[in-house]
Unconditional design. Structure first.
Length: 146
């Protein structure tokens, strides 16, 4: 399995929806079924969004959960630096451009996202852009040797 970047929305969903597909994707990463690539910027966005009062209240995200998520990403994922000059203006959204730059600089095989704008690209810099459901199917196919 090639290196894979998870978009901020997939990581957030894995934390706040324990029975969802994003949680299964994170579980597959922890089981070493693929290599997760992330960046300092993605981790900072995850930390910021998990710390938002509306997220914390609605989903019961405590500061300990936020710190644990950040620590897990920092210790188990491959974390790369994405210099500001590498944030190419592809989508018009700086957060999405950071995610694309992370994948491009890491030569990732996949970008997993629920973002319709990114999914519409389908591919970028040799990276397939797929939904969480599609990525789970890719993992299942690989596990069954297809």
């Amino acid at each position: 399995m090639r290196a894979t970047v998870l978009d901020v929305n997939v990581i957030l969903s894995s934390v706040i929806a324990p029975l969802g597909i994003p949680r299964q994707i994170v579980g597959a990463w922890l089981a070493e079924r693929y290599e997760m690539i992330t960046s300092v910027g993605i981790i900072a966005q995850v930390e910021e969004k998990l710390g938002l009062p509306r997220i914390a209240r609605r989903y019961g995200v405590t500061p300990e959960v936020t710190l644990g998520t950040v620590a897990l990403l920092g210790s188990r994922a491959t974390v790369i630096a994405v210099p500001l000059e590498e944030h190419l203006p592809v989508t018009g959204d700086p957060e999405d451009d950071l995610v694309l730059a992370t994948g491009r600089l890491a030569s990732a095989g996949y970008l997993v996202t629920g973002n319709a704008g990114l999914l519409a690209l389908a591919q970028y810099a040799g990276m397939q852009i797929v939904s969480p459901r599609a990525f789970l199917e890719i993992l299942a196919d690989e596990e069954h040797g297809q």
